[in-house]
Design a protein around this ligand. Sequence first.
Ligand code: FAD
Ligand code: NAD
Length: 396
Amino acid sequence: MNSIPKIVILGAGYGGILTAQNLQKKLKNNEADVTLVNRHDYHYFTTELHMPAAGTQPETKTYEKISNLIDEFKIDLVKSNVTAIKPEERQVVLEDGTLSYDYLIIALGGDPETFGIPGMKEHAFSIRSINSVRAIREHIETQFKEFKKDGDETRLNFVVGGAGFTGIEFVGELANRLPEMAKQYGVDPSKVGLYNVEAAPSALPGFDPELVTYAMDTLTKKGVTFRIGVPVKACDENGVTVGEGERIEAKTVVWTGGIRGNHLIEDAGFEAMRGRVKVDEFLKAPGHENVFIIGDGSLMIGPEGRPYPPTAQIAMQQGERVAKNLIATIRGQQTEKFVFSNKGTVASLGKGEAVAVVAGKKIKGWPAAQLKKVVDARYLFIIGGMGLVLKKGRFL
Ligand code: FAD
Ligand code: NAD
């Protein structure tokens, strides 16, 4: 190893930004060279993407330049696409070069999991980045415009595949936005169909049943048609086939059926389950003392024997722990195991409505919606202080 260790962080999402910020806060000059690689020069707030996807929040409120979040005197920011990870050679291949490292933190997020459903990859949208949600919003607008020209009513059907948290939060926003768009384009709102199709016997599988009922009742009143216990079997440019061959004709299908780890992880030869690597208590990839995997690419089993769901919450805590442990390692000090502290779950159901479980307490309706706003603003405060909270127009 060189006298100054090289730390490379891949991905500037929740895990990557928190790692970089915690390193820059605590590392002394010349203790390490830190490089942060991200494909865009901005960090987006994935937990809010359902809003710009539906058009209920401007994109500009949903991302921030990375250079405003880190100190570039301390962290070398590289805007590039990672194309391969070579752990045996301690190298990362970028679209425009190669980086070598002594310590690597993989925080590249996830890819949509389509379970090999025919046509899903080719014909459905997914909510993963600013670019992907811009495409969804523009496509929806196009359907209203084109309907005015050709009268094809299947343009007014919108299918969301999967009623996990992403699916539910997105249909909540669409349920607000579609009637507004119908009015804007002079379309009879009764012609608009919004379908949320879920394979499991319940929406939000595993979540508190009383809150699931509340969420479904609220969204049903807002115009969502739920198809529960009905798997999506295939997707094409004219809609989806569900259950026993039933068709829902639609020109817009958004797949929210789950995620897997970023494909670069499996491509690199790490042993993975649905692209996620079962990391040890120090967040290291098995057999790799100097490779840490955090966020959606990592898998950790909780005390109940089930994997923790991949969330921003856990990614942030992992980023903080990895940074602290790296500094301790460089200084020859003791490292600490990662322990997840679950702060609860808050899911939005569109304007003024949400459900939450915090400290074992159930919250629903307007108070839960306010809590959601606080959680979103708190994140901005953590990464960018009050300046970022105000810049993004929260609490104004
Ligand atoms: P990400 O935040 O996805 O960041 C990955 C980064 O890597 C991105 O910046 C990306 O551009 C970059 N990247 C990817 N590939 C490459 C490449 N090849 N080269 C260079 N850069 C690359 N979780 C919660 O805890 N609470 C919530 O309320 C919540 N709401 C959500 C709402 C929605 C609509 C969605 C989709 C998810 C939500 N989640 C929520 C889940 C949460 O967003 C993810 O678990 C979290 O983003 C994972 O963080 P991460 O750091 O692993 O990856
Ligand atoms: P998910 O895996 O949690 O949910 C996917 C849903 O799609 C499941 O309910 C699943 O049964 C369903 N599904 C799978 N195959 C299907 C098929 N063929 N037909 C119909 N339905 C099918 O994925 P997600 O909702 O994208 O969430 C990903 C992660 O992000 C999770 O860990 C989640 O907790 C987290 N998240 C959290 C929040 C929040 O806390 N507010 C919001 C969004 C996402």
